[in-house]
Design a protein around this ligand. Structure first.
Ligand code: ZN
Length: 414
């Protein structure tokens, strides 16, 4: 099989280079003197590192800072065309594929319907072929392509690059996705669960507005969370930190895949909220909203329910609010544990219902005395939007190569 072509671009080795590049990416036009202050490195070290970044084509000199007497300071900016990555977001019945530059700009993208989603070999083959076509269509220099990142529903085994019987990919057992994509594309491959990948994408694209620490809550087919603390993504011992769906909340009559009846996940997935509407408000409400209630049309039903909630249909708002309250309960626990003052909501399934979620979560986390005396929490939407999973997947590669404090999963998988 022809491959996508490897890269001759040397990895920017060393922690200092990663720190300096991350600072330039986050701040934009910045001088060497400011970089030294920002990173705590000496002027001499910054100069050496910047020289290497300029030689590698990853940053560029973009004019001068206003003079405050003495020598004018040259400003450095990231070079978007310095490096590229492909991101793949795997969902139960489709894959979103993006080609992203170093600035996080999407060059080309497509959504691929999966005709045999329960057959991992078929999925990998189709996605690899589609990625190759996308790259061919773009004018991108393939030697600047660093690799391919995959965001997949968890759980994953980070040390072996496998997904392990993900509940949201029916029919998949233990699948060595990193190995399969490596041999199908010839590229370095990184894998993470979709919520963690989305959080990394948010940090990567969000620049200064996402610097520091935040909890990212991701709603797709299921719910998950990504945790960024001091600009570093928390992976946990097995690579499964942020399994938000198993946070205990007020118990009900739904049983989680793990066996518990008080896990958040089974109460706030799109399928669960649709089910709530049918059970609590009956056929008449479903007909008014335009739900079929059949398993074949979850996407259309979810779209109709979101639209109804957005326009104020009381029954649609009621079921979304019930789910939002449980999400808010779990979020309050997570925020207390992690001591973060920012929560970001993202994922394509959220569109239209964010106002209800933002309101419920804000009330839950900010009504306590802790919020009043120590930490007020800001609740915000993702800066990326619908493609946060796929861009996050690409960020696994870019961030893995160029961000400090980050363990690229392929390092242990290869
Ligand atoms: Zn559970």
């Amino acid at each position: 099989m022809t491959t996508l072509g490897g890269t001759n671009l040397p990895r920017v080795g060393g922690y200092n280079q990663a720190v300096v590049l991350d600072a330039i990416r986050t701040r934009g036009a910045v001088s060497r003197v400011e970089l030294a202050a920002l990173t705590g490195l000496t002027n001499q070290t910054v100069s050496n590192v910047v020289r290497k970044l300029l030689d590698a084509g990853l940053v560029t000199e973009t004019g001068y800072a206003p003079s405050s007497g003495g020598k004018r300071r040259t400003l450095l900016s990231p070079r978007p065309d310095g490096a590229y990555a492909i991101g793949v977001h795997l969902d139960p019945d489709s894959a979103v594929i993006v080609l992203v530059d170093l600035a996080g700009e999407v060059i080309v993208s497509r959504r691929l319907r999966l005709t045999a989603p329960d057959d991992p070999a078929d999925v990998v083959d189709r996605v690899a072929r589609a990625a190759r076509r996308l790259l061919g269509r773009s004018a991108v220099d393939a030697t600047r392509l660093l690799g391919l990142g995959i965001a997949a529903p968890g759980p994953i085994d980070g040390s072996s690059g496998c997904v392990v019987s993900p509940p949201n990919l029916p029919g998949w057992g233990r699948v060595p996705l990193v190995e399969m994509f490596t041999s199908a594309t010839g590229l370095p491959v990184a894998l993470d669960n979709d919520a963690t990948a989305a959080a990394i994408g948010e940090r990567w694209i969000g620049g200064e507005s996402r610097a520091g620490s935040f909890l990212f809550i991701y709603l797709g087919t299921g719910i998950g969370a990504g945790i960024v603390l001091d600009n570093t993504v928390l992976h946990g011992g097995t690579g499964n930190a942020g399994e938000f769906g198993h946070m205990p909340v007020e118990p009900g009559d739904r049983v989680c895949a793990c066996g518990a009846t008080d896990c958040l996940g089974p109460y706030c997935s799109p399928a669960a909220i649709i089910d709530d509407l049918l059970r609590l408000h009956g056929r008449a409400a479903a007909d008014r909203i335009g739900l079929t209630g059949t398993p074949e049309s979850p996407h259309d039903d979810w779209k109709a329910l979101r639209r109804a909630a957005r326009t104020g249909d009381p029954d649609a708002v009621d079921v979304v609010r019930r789910a939002a309250r449980r999400m808010a309960q779990a979020t309050r626990g997570a925020v207390s544990l992690l001591d973060v003052s920012r929560v970001v909501l993202g994922g394509e399934a959220l569109r239209g219902i964010e106002p209800i979620l933002l309101e419920e979560i804000d009330q839950a986390v900010n009504r306590t005395s802790v919020a009043r005396s120590i930490r007020r929490v800001t609740i915000e939407r993702s800066v990326i939007g619908d493609t946060v999973g796929a861009i996050g997947a690409a960020s696994l590669v870019l961030h893995g190569n160029y961000a400090p404090g980050w363990r690229l999963l392929t390092d242990t998988a290869s």
